[in-house]
Design a protein around this ligand. Structure first.
Ligand SMILES: Nc1nc2c(ncn2[C@@H]2O[C@H](COP(=O)(O)OP(=O)(O)O)[C@@H](O)[C@H]2O)c(=O)[nH]1
Ligand SMILES: [Mg+2]
Length: 222
């Protein structure tokens, strides 16, 4: 589909190509002074533990195990960086799998460490272009998600909501779930007012997300 602002460009195809090439894990940071040097544009994926972040990264890049998926929530306590490159070693973009939040069994010390790392990264990372906040499509926006929206507002980072696990939501409930998110976001001007409903299981919404990322890069002149 071409775009009014970019006549003749096909962002579905650009998005497909962006994720079809080289992609590999490049860096893990568990402390704020351990971040990789800034380079190409970064997009980060945040969300509650078990929301489907790792699965979404795998689906986007068409890999089975690029990012580790797990049944044990709260295990990843690091920022995991993945490099995307059309021609390695020239990176085109980086994707960051952020540690999950809202894990009930997490200790106070762990939550504090998480907050420090998260805020440290979100503030003043000029190469960070957008945070995709994943919300479980079965449950909709929860208070911990709203806390995350506030953190992103306060860090002045652009963010967008992705609903996950579409395959587990009845057809008749999907539109209501999207509307709930949009209603929540109306109070958050830093949020991108568009929601994508995805399933890493069936692949629904994945091409649309790739397309959105390709268009975002074009709009930013990147
Ligand atoms: N049915 C379904 N299950 C999913 C989907 N995405 C993730 N899951 C499952 O949800 C659990 C947590 O996924 P994971 O990607 O590890 O979540 P993370 O903790 O946010 O990285 C795993 O059991 C996944 O198989 C999806 O789109 N559909
Ligand atoms: Mg994960």
């Amino acid at each position: 589909m071409s775009d009014e602002a970019f006549p003749g460009r096909d962002f579905v195809e650009e998005g497909r190509k962006l994720f079809a090439g080289y992609c590999d894990f490049m860096w893990a940071a568990s402390k704020i002074d351990g971040l990789p040097p800034m380079g190409p544009p970064e997009i980060a994926f945040a969300g509650r533990s078990n929301v489907g972040k790792s699965s979404l990264l795998n689906a986007l890049t068409n890999r089975k195990a690029l990012a580790r998926t797990s049944h044990t929530p709260g295990r990843t306590q690091e920022l995991n960086f993945f490099a995307l490159a059309q021609e390695p070693p020239h990176e085109r973009m980086r994707m960051i799998d952020m540690p999950g939040y809202g894990y009930a069994a997490a200790s106070k010390t762990k939550i504090e460490a998480w907050n420090t790392l998260m805020r440290g990264y979100l503030r003043g990372r000029a190469s960070l272009k957008r945070v995709f906040v994943l919300v479980d499509g079965r449950h909709g926006v929860k208070d911990v998600d709203r806390e995350m929206f506030k953190t992103l507002d306060s860090c002045a980072v652009s963010y967008q909501i992705i609903l996950t696990k579409l395959d587990e939501v009845k057809k008749g409930e999907r539109e209501a779930r999207v509307q709930q998110v949009l209603a929540d976001l109306a109070k958050h001007p830093a949020a991108f007012p568009e929601v994508i409903f995805t399933s890493s299981e069936t692949g629904e919404g994945i091409a649309e997300l790739r397309e959105g990322i390709a268009r975002m890069l074009a709009q930013m002149g990147l």
